[in-house]
Design a protein around this ligand. Structure first.
Ligand code: MLT
Length: 396
């Protein structure tokens, strides 16, 4: 008889965002007259930049011509894109070889798939609250997890402490969900901890392009010693509107070696065995993102979302509600008013204002009592949602 992976009993029955989608669907069925504004899952609303669309159209035409048609591509990505990504790192003062770049269909799959190259008896360090995929993908493998707590006192940026032990460390900066960003000193503490303990950091930089403050690091490789201990994941989902198009990349430095094995060679082996690469058309679109004109067009979208975040932040300030994020991040993380729990506030907002957010407790126990709003909606919807929240919370 086939034996199943019983670790699946230990993950919650449904993924956080599927659970929210189901509740919202149920609500809209019973309230067909209500216009729901979704500020839950961080899904973009701005279309792809014109340059990206042109590049994909051209690539699609190439695929329809026998002279330029392409079949299987390199699993790790075409060199035209890997070189552009390597050049992009130069703008941060970081030198990355193109064969340290692995193109993928996004950071979510890579962050979960990276578990393949590490043994199951590692202890995993996971910040709380944080993006649920880190925890769920390790629970599915039955791994031991140690949480490091984020809270108001440490600005939701936990640091290594005396006695902390672990082998694989997940960090996300700008953090999803809290919007908090590690400064250089904070990241240096993690890099030093990892190098001193032979640990590996899996650094999720999916929101790096939202960092406005020039003093804050956008890549962990801006920190000395990081190439010996860190893998960095990034995605075009939020930075270039690729949530539906799918493209991301992971950097595995050649200097990263554990137990005499090169993690770059292991990831290369893993990807060539289990992944057939991102489509040529999408990679041509991604290449356009990294051209100067593509960067300019995407920057306009990022600024649009940043202004939405400011509108959310202003509303919360007016209402006297504590929040973090929203400055160098598209996420605003707020304390639920009136002492409500995260899910109580979710239901309260949905039922009384038809606004959807993400309950903080879905990101870990330290998220209980908090709530996340995204700035990825349209300007009109963001303003309308804030008006509804203002009216609801000032009602006597
Ligand atoms: C989020 O809302 O946290 C993200 O959109 C989820 C994701 O990127 O997979």
């Amino acid at each position: 008889m086939a034996k199943v992976n019983k670790n699946y009993k230990n993950v919650s029955e449904s993924y956080l965002f599927s659970n929210i989608a189901k509740r919202v669907n149920d609500f809209s069925k019973t309230n067909p007259d209500k216009t729901i504004i979704k500020m839950g899952i961080g899904d973009v609303t701005k279309p792809l930049a014109p340059l990206v669309v042109d590049a994909m159209k051209k690539a699609a035409a190439e695929m329809g011509n026998k002279e330029t048609f392409r079949g299987y591509g390199p699993e790790q990505g075409y060199s035209f894109l890997k070189e552009k990504i390597s050049d992009y790192y130069k703008t941060m003062g970081v030198s990355i070889d193109s064969d340290e770049v692995f193109v993928s269909d996004g950071a979510k799959s890579d962050v979960a798939n990276l578990t393949d190259i590490f043994a199951n008896d590692n202890t995993i360090i996971i910040p709380d609250p944080v993006y649920p995929v880190y925890l769920d993908s390790n629970i599915m493998l039955g791994r031991k997890v140690v949480f490091i707590d984020g809270n108001k006192q440490n600005g939701f940026l936990p640091l290594p402490y005396d006695g902390l032990q672990g082998d694989i460390i997940y960090l996300c900066s700008p953090n999803n969900p809290t919007g908090a960003v590690y400064d250089r000193d904070g990241l240096k503490k993690w890099v030093d901890f990892a190098n001193a303990n032979g640990a590996v950091i899996l650094y999720d930089a999916a929101y790096e392009s939202f960092i406005k403050d020039k003093s804050l690091p956008r890549s962990i490789y801006e920190i000395q010693g990081a190439k010996e201990c860190a893998i960095e994941l990034c995605s075009l989902s939020k930075t270039a509107g690729f949530t539906g198009t799918r493209c991301g990349y992971t950097i595995v430095p050649k200097a990263l070696v554990r137990e005499d094995m090169s993690l770059n060679a292991m990831w290369f082996r893993r990807q060539s065995t289990k992944f057939n690469g991102v489509s040529y058309i999408v990679q041509r679109g991604a290449e356009a993102v990294f051209t100067p004109e593509g960067q300019k067009q995407n920057q306009e979208n990022i600024e649009y979302y940043a202004e939405n975040a400011e509108i959310i932040a202003r509303t919360l300030t007016d209402l006297g509600i504590w929040f973090s994020g929203g400055i160098n991040s598209p996420y605003v993380w707020l304390k639920c008013p009136g002492g409500m729990s995260s899910w109580e506030f979710f239901d309260f907002l949905l039922n009384n204002a038809a606004v959807v957010g993400t309950p903080g407790s879905g990101f870990g126990k330290c998220g209980e009592g908090y709530f996340r709003l995204t700035a990825f909606n349209t300007r009109e919807n963001t303003i309308e949602a804030m008006d509804r929240i203002k009216r609801l919370l000032t009602k006597k």
